[in-house]
Design a protein around this ligand. Sequence first.
Ligand code: NAD
Length: 281
Amino acid sequence: MLELPLKTDFTGKVVVVTGAGGVLCGDMARAFAQAGAKVAALDLNEDKVKKLAEELKNEGFVCEGYAANVLEAEQVKAVHARILEDLGKCDILINGAGGNNKRATTDNEYQHEAKAGQTTFFDLDTEGVDFVFRLNFQGTLIPTQIFAQDMVEKQSGNILNISSMNAYIPLTKIPAYSGAKAAVSNFTQWLATHFAGSKIRCNAIAPGFLVSNQNRALLFDENGQPTARSQKILAGTPAGRFVESNELLGGVFFLCDDRAASAVTGVVLPIDAGFSAYSGV
Ligand code: NAD
């Protein structure tokens, strides 16, 4: 009998998910809880993670919600101490907190098309750029510094970072977010190497284009038709469609499964309906 590689059973594992108040990582937190894990859901937004934890507990799963800013090491350390008491040492860390900021975004795709009144490259706010780099890079580094200590003690564990399509080739308008996610992909390889001897694996997913409440207005007009940017995205995606949030979960489970992915470390897995594979021709 062959032992089948995918078990998707995380019974008893302590899974810490940052950014769990958000769309994607809220789903990841829920998925791990449903697969038997004890989930610690962290977010700046306490209400959202408390609500998620309450819902999951009512359904018979194990989840606690904690408020913390991933950029404030003392806050993350305090939450770590509470998680040790409530759930135990961290087995899996999902570094989900991240995102872009309007202050680091240009209105125009190309300088030669700039119109009066638009925010161009020359108007980008360096503090906004710093904010995006700090959120995505330090927001991955700081929780890893704190939770990977549990994994070193156990000599086992998994770290999963969230990169993006723009890490491979930058997207127009969002230079800081693109650069910061490229740094997250690079850091994933660095961590994989650094912790290999401690039997900790570190990987990332690079989600493709998803429709969320936040970007719906950018992707579709008031009649529900794809905007010009959306049409470019769909034309650049061989499958000709957006990715659903629940389509990330198979890749997340695979990378965090010590049996299925025992020799997989330092990879950034695109889950993108083919976007990163297609040259456009
Ligand atoms: P989201 O904006 O819905 O959620 C992000 C969550 O992170 C929010 O609940 C927010 O409160 C929290 N957060 C922000 N700053 C924080 C901080 N300093 N400390 C703690 N929590 C903080 O985002 P999402 O769409 O669910 O994205 C999750 C991750 O996936 C991010 O890293 C994002 O960059 C990445 N990503 C998203 C997409 C997409 O299309 N949605 C695509 C590729 C990558």
